[in-house]
Design a protein around this ligand. Sequence first.
Ligand code: ADP
Ligand code: MG
Length: 637
Amino acid sequence: MAKKQFKTESKKLMDLMINSIYTNKEIFLREIISNASDAIDKLYFKSLTDDTLKTSGISRSDFKIMLTLDKDSRTIKVADNGIGMTKEELENNLGVIAKSGSLDFKTNTDKSKDIDIIGQFGVGFYSAFMVASKVTVLSRAFGSDEAWLWESSGADGYTIESAQKDAPGTEITMELKADTDDENYSEFLDEYRISGIIKKYSDYVRYPIMMYRTKSRMKDKPADAGEDYQPEYETYTELETVNSMVPLWKRPKKDVTDEEYNNFYKDKFGDYSDPSRIIYTKTEGAISYNALMFIPSHAPYDYYTRDYEKGLQLYTSGVMIMDKCADLLPDYFSFVKGVVDSQDLSLNISREMLQQDRQLGIIRKNLEKKIKSELTGMRDNEREKYEEFWKNFGRQIKFGCYDGFGQNSDTLKDLLMFWSAKEEKLVTLSEYIENMGDEQKYIYYASGDSNEMLMKLPAAETVLSKGCDLLLLTEDVDEFCLQVLHAFEKKEFKNVSSGDLGLETDEEKKAAETAGEENRELLDAMKKALEGKVKDVKISTRLKEHPVCLSSEGPLSIEMEKILASMPNAGGEKPASDKILELNAAHPVFERLKAVFTEDTQKLEKYAGILYDQARLIEGLPIDDPVEYTANVCSLM
Ligand code: ADP
Ligand code: MG
């Protein structure tokens, strides 16, 4: 019989399959089973809508997918009682691929990309050729008496001939390739291995996937068995349904207990503790999907490393198509685990990649909204749980706020929490604002290594003594996050160590101004002594007990300078903040400075250096020359 040639694209895809170096060959079974399931769907649908079929007595319980393994002939057979194919359909469906042209092999010469396509989306029927040297398809279309046998041993073409089949449906028989040094194909004849693959990818297919399993049992003890009777065993086979069919996420929420959800979570995502939150959502409309998501109760050990892979498991009609679909989750919610099932992605998933992307985009947006509203609910109604969540994943939310010049900060700013020095607990930004006095202009914060250290900052004391609250920021991302936000409900953020605090009374301002004018020459002399180190030397309005402090001007704070300095390979010169040395005019040290200034200019330079180094130490900055500093202090003693 004359061989027919595959269409060009099909031949290319076939070549790719036959010579595939793709390691995850087991997915061929998922593809074949999903086709069988689709075929049953089609017939079932027809039986519901087409009147003439109602009389044919088709019931849902009759449908099944039957798997047969035969070690002798090295074949796997997958049989369904679905809609079947006519001769034309066999030709059109199995002889042509990529009708939509989205698998554009002409432009895609990158081999690794091809492999990605196989891995993520599968490529349907042709994937059988990854493991089989010969594939036959025996099919009889529903409503027809004729059956046809399609057969192909690879890229050189296929044949179709008339055949016999008792009932409508399709039987795909795959003859496995011979094992090689690198590849073991015989494993696909192993019942245990095959049932494992079915459970992994096709567990939630709506129809039973059945298979004879070999089992062993003890023979009955013969009546005349003697004292020394050893039990005997025999093997037998039993038809089993391998898949569990109804996925947990498809069951109405009211029918599922929390314990079932928790067990499912632990099982599926390999966690030892219950999730902190279960998020269930179901949407019908332009695009329908079910999603079952979880917020873990602790951060995975690799969460804040590059190794962590975000993503939700993606199913279409019970068939898993992607284990970690990263596109479904924004980075700032990357801690969410779960599954998404959408029948709208089903038939064209391997082809309409672009369109499918658009649909995924819609789902992603909805899921993001849902996650956000769950977190908001937790914040308002389960505060303790939310604080626990914040401890685990707050850092990620803060990064999300800062990332991309704050493009997502509107979504995330309400979720932020920081430590309040006044309340001694975590507060949200709107809670901070609610507790603000009418005349308070700014949201104050201090940034540094620990709460203890920050509470000792001279400026912290000033802010608190005026009755204002102060947010204590101790994570490196914190200040960057607030800087990107710039303001919250029109109240600007203010680092207590930079610029004017806006808290000074008119008298205080006046006093500082007068002291500055009276001591102009002294301040100028110190500024000269510290040239290149500070931008200015000023009389402070923020100091109460301490003689000196450093503050900064401009967008880069001293704390940010420290963080940038500690970051690896930022490359080139690290940016530095513009520093101001502030002096407390009411402190005895200042009197001493005034005296020294009139007596001995060299000594004044030395004092300026010491005070500057001390101010750096208070800020947690390294000093340029510790030996010189120590020598200077000693010489004073
Ligand atoms: P897809 O499933 O994405 O359409 P496939 O390559 O898996 O792509 O299958 C190609 C086509 O072959 C299917 O769309 C279907 O029309 C037909 N087909 C494959 N397997 C079967 C089957 N078991 N029963 C009926 N039709 C089938
Ligand atoms: Mg398919």
